[in-house]
Write a protein that binds this ligand. Structure first.
Ligand code: HEC
Ligand SMILES: [Cu+2]
Length: 354
């Protein structure tokens, strides 16, 4: 190996000093410090080397496993084909095959065992999928809007971020995401999480960071020229640091209103209260306690008032008309930004039943 032939350079310091006397007296402290620095450096280099060697060994093992498995399959299958070709070849032009009757036990085994294995994989996967689809109730909610070419995020107490997401360690975090233009995809490789962010609807994902640190955030859906620049980071913080960070305001901007409060402002500005009052006195239904309730529609069906339904009610009011009301609500399509719609939804969520 190359290492064994590479000898350490001969140490000349001592002999050199003896040959030509130093001009200035040698400071023993400095020499000791230099030696210590050298030692530290050598240790670090050795550590790096060991890590590199371990990485190479791991790669090598993986390669052996992969090619071994492929090779085994090829050899077994190709080998059996060759053997059977010779053993069971047609020996005379008018030869007739002997019908084979495999035992019932054998057939049951080769049907049942793979079925069992596949079922185990199915239920295992399905339970993980179900967990992925249902964020825990105490998850920290965060709104995300993707846009060419940035990520806009907002925490429920109002703090906004761009291309950066600060979250507490050890607590579940759920993201409600939409896009202002094209399809993006929220991808944090370290969390093993990737979710498309689609214009016109809300997609969700959740995760729980287990380690403090900074992690890559990517857009994983080609979204135009600067797609590759649509990157950011997720900063996982200790709970106390996170609380402190949350209480700070967005740098360079005024303190942000929490989405629910901002939503109330939008609600008033857009004239929603002229039809939606706190009670049933308006020409539209009261929105108090609407979120999560099931709503009866004029065509006799019912829907659960989730984010999608409220969003649709605002942008396309005619699509689902509440039973007992006239379809007089105007559309707000094109008048509201995605963030404003998310804020309206947060406001409607905050309206408890009265
Ligand atoms: C001109 C009156 C009017 C205005 C203004 C209006 N709405 Fe409506 N809205 C209605 C009526 C009437 C309905 C019930 C019929 C329907 O579903 O279209 C309704 C239904 C809704 C629903 C579904 C309610 C339910 O019980 O399922 C939501 C949510 C809603 N509006 C939100 C808003 C928001 C937010 C605004 C302001 C951006 C707004 N509306 C402005 C008249 C109005
Ligand atoms: Cu993108």
């Amino acid at each position: 190996m190359a290492e064994s032939t590479r000898k350490p350079p001969p140490r000349k310091a001592g002999s050199g000093q003896r040959r030509k006397p130093a001009a200035a007296p040698i400071d023993p402290e400095k020499v000791a410090a230099a030696k210590a620095a050298k030692r530290v450096e050598a240790e670090a280099a050795a550590e790096r080397k060991a890590a590199e060697a371990a990485r190479r060994a791991r790669k090598q093992r993986q390669r052996i496993l992969t090619y071994g498995a492929i090779g085994l399959v090829v050899v077994v299958i190709a080998g059996l084909i060759a053997v059977f070709m010779v053993r069971f070849r047609r020996r005379s032009p008018d030869g007739i095959g002997i019908p084979v009757r495999p035992s019932l036990a054998l057939e049951a085994a080769w049907t049942g065992i793979p079925l069992g294995i596949v079922m185990i994989i199915f239920f295992w996967g399905a339970s993980i999928f179900a967990t992925m689809q249902h964020p825990p109730a105490d998850a920290v909610p965060i709104n995300v809007v993707g846009k060419q070419w940035m990520w806009k995020l907002q925490h429920m107490d109002g703090r906004r971020e761009i291309n950066e997401l600060h979250i507490p360690v050890g607590r579940p975090v759920k993201l409600t995401m939409t896009s202002e233009d094209v399809i993006h995809s929220f991808f944090v490789p370290a969390f093993r999480t990737k979710q498309d962010v689609v214009p016109g609807r809300y997609t969700r994902t959740w995760f729980q960071a287990t380690k403090v640190g900074t992690y890559h955030l990517f857009c994983a859906e080609y979204c135009g020229t600067i797609h590759s620049g649509m990157i950011g980071q997720v900063v996982v913080m200790e709970a106390a640091d996170y609380e402190q960070w949350l209480s700070g305001s967005t740098p360079g901007g005024p303190a942000d209103l929490p989405p629910a409060a901002a939503g109330e402002v939008v609600f008033d500005q857009q004239g929603c209260p002229s039809c939606h009052r706190g009670d049933a006195s308006g020409s539209g239904p009261s929105l108090a306690g609407l979120f999560g309730r099931s709503v009866r529609l004029s065509d006799g069906t019912t829907v659960v008032a989730d984010e999608e339904y409220i969003r649709e009610s605002i942008l396309d009011p005619g699509a689902k008309v509440v039973a007992g009301y006239q379809p007089i609500m105007p559309t707000y399509q094109g008048l509201l930004s995605e963030e404003a719609i998310m804020q309206l939804i947060a406001y409607i969520k905050s309206l408890g039943a009265t």
